[in-house]
Design a protein around this ligand. Structure first.
Ligand code: F6P
Length: 505
């Protein structure tokens, strides 16, 4: 006779006793964390900005663990060289190289020329190639084989982002039975957009080998759930749960956070440092409007320049009284749409300055190299207006950073795209549609003339939305939910089996 585990308590499914599953899986703080992401912020490469690193660095520093992914290096012998492990603090960084072909087809090709525009609902930018799709799957299979030997029996595995959609299934195929969580840092498009790329059903099936899948917003989660039903044969169950191939997968919304207090202190300290003082001195009598982005088609940079052009056409009194400093840090420059965007931005910014500039004043300063996070924090504190107007964005941590950086007594104004995930939380910003050029121009004028009382009121509300949240708490919540998802899915499955046996008997 088969001995069946104790049935779950139906009245409290989340309270099921996890120790029945495996003694080690009792608490998210007891198990080692294995993070897997395409890029690994190796300490030897210096501090790395970007949503994923900002979100995970603090958590890994606090609880330690293993961080596995691409080294950032391209090497002809990558596929044979295996994994390099180095330890800093409590974190083991395990990295693998990519071959030039893998880099070109898995990273530039399928990840950034297909999945990135697709999931940001910009299908016209997709450059699909069947070989890229195959190499994307092959790289995921190789990563799974390389990391599986590093995963201990009681580890929690947390996979990140669109580069690694098939990885959960590839890990299962390599024999990993640990709880697997997946977090998507970017948006998830609607099912009819998803159909633009062949075989997305297969990729979703791979992702559904996870126990918990996390998203930035409710919209992303419901788009995913609808797509999983339509293309991967999943069925919806109550409580944000999907059933697929006899397994249960929990879905959840976990907006990524920043450490607002830490960033505020960094901004205050850096506002007095030389690069910020020099910027201020270069803008006598002018209002600083600031944009800080990667040079990316999703960020709405061309639309931003159009908004500024419209402002100067319709309200010429702003000439000589304002400057837009736009940092558009070069990124993914081997991808065609990024190269085209760079050319368009150079053209548009040159023609704006030529049309409206004066011998001693230019409306726009466009910079295509990044600034470090500390200097950026100081710039944000100095700016009267923060322009964060992506066409689509998973979250956009710059919006949260801009709020945190402000002087509470004399805060600047955030102009935020309705299409950034951050707009769900930061609804006291001036919310705009970046495609509406007149609205962009009006929002800039409104922000630059807003009275202190309204600026303070809006800022208080924005600060209230971020001040008690941290990336560490975000990570802990995800991991606690992962344990609950893994335990609940498995015990309910056992309980379904019991039901079947009871019916058969
Ligand atoms: O989630 C998107 C993201 O991974 C961010 O974390 C980061 O800002 C950016 O993309 C980095 O892109 P890449 O690794 O291609 O340079």
């Amino acid at each position: 006779m088969t001995r069946l585990p104790t049935p779950i308590r139906r009245d409290n499914p989340f309270g099921a006793d996890v120790t029945e599953l495996r003694p080690g899986f009792a608490s998210p703080t007891m198990n080692r964390l294995v993070v897997i992401s395409n890029r690994v912020p190796l300490p030897s490469n210096g501090p790395r900005a970007g949503g994923l690193a900002v979100a995970l660095d603090g958590l890994m520093e606090k609880r330690g663990g293993l961080w596995f992914g691409w080294s950032g290096t391209v090497s002809p012998t990558a596929a044979q060289d295996g994994v390099t492990v180095s330890r800093t603090g409590g974190v083991d960084y395990a990295t693998t190289d990519l071959t030039a072909e893998e880099h070109d087809r898995y990273y530039n090709g399928f990840s950034n020329a297909v999945l990135w525009p697709l999931l940001h609902s910009m299908p016209d930018l997709i450059q699909y190639d069947r070989t890229d799709a195959q190499i994307y799957r092959d790289v995921n299979a190789r990563l799974a084989r390389e990391v599986q030997g590093l995963i201990g029996p009681d580890d929690l595995v947390w996979v990140h982002d669109y580069h690694l959609l098939p990885l959960p299934a590839a890990l299962r195929a390599s024999g990993v039975s640990n709880p697997i969580g997946f977090f998507l840092h970017i948006p998830f498009c609607a099912p009819d957009v998803l159909e633009s790329v062949p075989d997305m059903g297969e990729l979703l099936t791979g992702l559904l080998a996870s126990d918990l899948i996390g998203f930035q917003t409710d919209t992303d989660m419901s788009n995913f759930a609808a797509s999983a039903v339509q293309f991967a044969g999943a069925t919806r169950l109550p409580g944000n749960t999907l059933q697929v191939q006899g397994r249960r997968v929990l879905l959840g919304v976990f907006p990524v956070e920043i450490d607002a207090h830490e960033f505020a202190a960094q901004a205050e300290a850096n506002a007095r440092k030389l690069p910020v003082v020099r910027l201020k001195q270069s803008l006598p009598g002018q209002t600083l409007v600031l944009g800080l982005d990667r040079l990316d088609p999703t960020k709405g940079l061309v639309q931003r320049i159009s908004g500024l052009r419209r402002l100067l056409e319709t309200q010429p009194q702003w000439k000589r009284r304002m400057t837009l400093l736009q940092v558009a840090a070069i990124s993914r420059k081997e991808v065609g749409s990024y190269r085209n965007l760079k050319a368009a931005l150079d053209r548009e910014s040159g023609s704006l300055n030529a049309d409206f500039g004066e011998p001693d004043w230019l409306p726009l300063r466009m910079i295509s190299h990044g600034v470090d996070r500390a200097t950026a924090a100081g710039f944000m504190r100095t700016a009267r207006v923060g322009l964060v107007t992506p066409l689509r964005d998973g979250m956009n941590l710059v919006a949260k950073e801009f709020v945190a950086a402000q002087n509470p007594n004399d805060p600047g104004v955030l102009i935020l795209s309705r299409f950034a995930g951050a707009a769900q939380q930061l609804d006291a910003a001036l919310l705009v549609n970046p495609h509406d050029t007149d609205a962009m121009a009006e929002a800039m004028a409104t922000a630059m003339t807003m009275k202190l009382g309204e600026r303070r009121e809006r800022w208080q509300s924005l600060w209230g939305a971020i001040e008690y949240r941290t990336p560490v708490a975000w990570g802990r919540l995800f991991l606690a939910s992962l344990l609950r998802g893994a335990v609940r899915g498995r015990l309910e499955l056992v309980s379904d089996d019991q039901q079947m046996m009871a019916n058969a008997g």
